[in-house]
Ligand binder design. Structure first.
Ligand code: SAH
Length: 343
């Protein structure tokens, strides 16, 4: 519930409005996960709330810690569906990667999450609670959240196929009396749900955008990311161009490109990619090259570091900014495309 819904809920209980604010802050600012802990509420009200509502839905089943410090949380919803979030520490800033769905309906051929299929959409509460759980684990309950913790909607699921709940969650997280994680610190990644890219572009206070591309050719992208058969590269790039028009001062957006050895990583592929951007006159973009994270069930291998470096250099020689995303948490199945509720 956002602030307004919570207010109405308290009024319906016959409780004064100010109690709703007290509870909103307890949940989102102090990150308390049971009514019992909100000791500044009268005991009677706490039991009344216990009866009428659930403050928390997710239960952490297990937590895995990588040799590189990355942490993967495997949680379960109240009805038993898996939800995963990842904490990625780095020198200057920490990042939390959250999921928008349990499983995923898209069938990207190189992604392990795809093997789960869609289990169900996550509610706004289940999206927000992932962040609360991770923050509490890392910084302690009610601990100060260091400024600059970034969020990425790059976990399991396709955020733009759960658009309403995603936006509701982002609004709750942005509340200055709550987590106060503003959209400017959030990046949402989509596989290319074209109509939602237009809708996202029109949002007043929107997060940053990343688009998963992985090929600049329709034929290959059809195979790698079957969503391309629904919205092809022309439709996607036209939407991307429109989105570029919504960028703020100094803002850029990202294309993610999973690097698959011998599949989409040749010199010709790099040139094709640079040409595609040129054709749509996209200039305020950067390319994130993601070496493939393998798994036994996946028929792909990562491009060699030499290939990745050459691909990057070729893009740069065509005036395209390109970065290599260093794999994090591969050893605990926490890296991109590895979230598959693995115990
Ligand atoms: N469904 C959204 C959100 C997931 S983001 C989307 O596709 O954008 C996860 C990112 O990891 C995507 O860019 C995806 O292309 C990439 N990815 C998927 N499987 C991967 C793998 N095995 N190795 C590296 N990156 C992968």
């Amino acid at each position: 519930m956002d602030r307004r819904a919570l207010e109405e809920f308290f009024l319906s209980l016959g409780e004064p409005k100010y109690r709703s604010m007290q509870v909103f802050k307890a949940v989102h600012e102090r990150r308390l996960q049971s009514f019992d802990e909100i000791t500044d509420l009268p005991k009677k009200l706490r039991s009344k709330l216990e009866e009428a509502a659930d403050i928390s839905h997710l239960v952490v089943e297990s937590r895995y810690v990588s040799t590189d410090g990355t942490r993967r949380y495997l949680m379960k919803t109240a009805d038993g569906y898996p939800v995963e979030a990842v904490f990625i520490p780095s020198e200057n800033r920490d990042t939390i990667c959250f999921s928008s769905q349990s499983g995923c309906p898209l069938k990207c051929d190189f992604c392990l999450t795809a093997k789960l299929g869609l289990l169900r959409n996550l509610t706004p509460g289940e999206i927000v609670e992932q962040i609360i759980i991770v923050l509490n684990d890392v910084y302690g309950v009610a601990g100060e959240t260091p400024h600059g913790t970034n969020l990425v909607g790059m976990g399991a699921g396709e955020p733009f196929l759960n658009f309403e709940n995603l936006i509701a969650a982002l609004e709750i997280m942005a509340d200055e009396d709550g987590l106060f994680i503003v959209p400017n610190r959030v990046t949402i990644s989509t596989a290319g749900i074209v109509p939602k890219i237009y809708e996202f572009a029109g949002l007043e206070n929107r997060p940053h955008l990343a688009i998963s591309l992985s090929s600049a050719k329709d034929g290959l992208r059809d195979t790698l990311m079957p969503i391309n058969k629904r919205w092809n590269l022309d439709e996607l790039m036209t939407a991307a161009k429109e989105f570029e028009g919504s960028l703020r001062r100094g803002e850029r957006f990202t294309f993610e490109y999973v690097m698959l050895g011998g599949v989409n990583d040749s010199d010709a592929d790099a040139i094709e990619l640079a040409r595609l951007l040129e054709r749509y006159q996209l200039s305020r973009v950067k390319i994130n090259l993601i070496p493939h994270n393998g798994a036994e069930q996946l028929d792909y291998t990562a491009s060699t570091p030499e290939r990745v470096a050459r691909f990057k250099a070729l893009l740069e020689s065509k005036g395209v900014s390109a970065y290599v995303r260093q794999p994090r948490g591969r050893d605990i199945y926490a890296a991109c495309g590895q979230l598959a509720a693995m115990a």
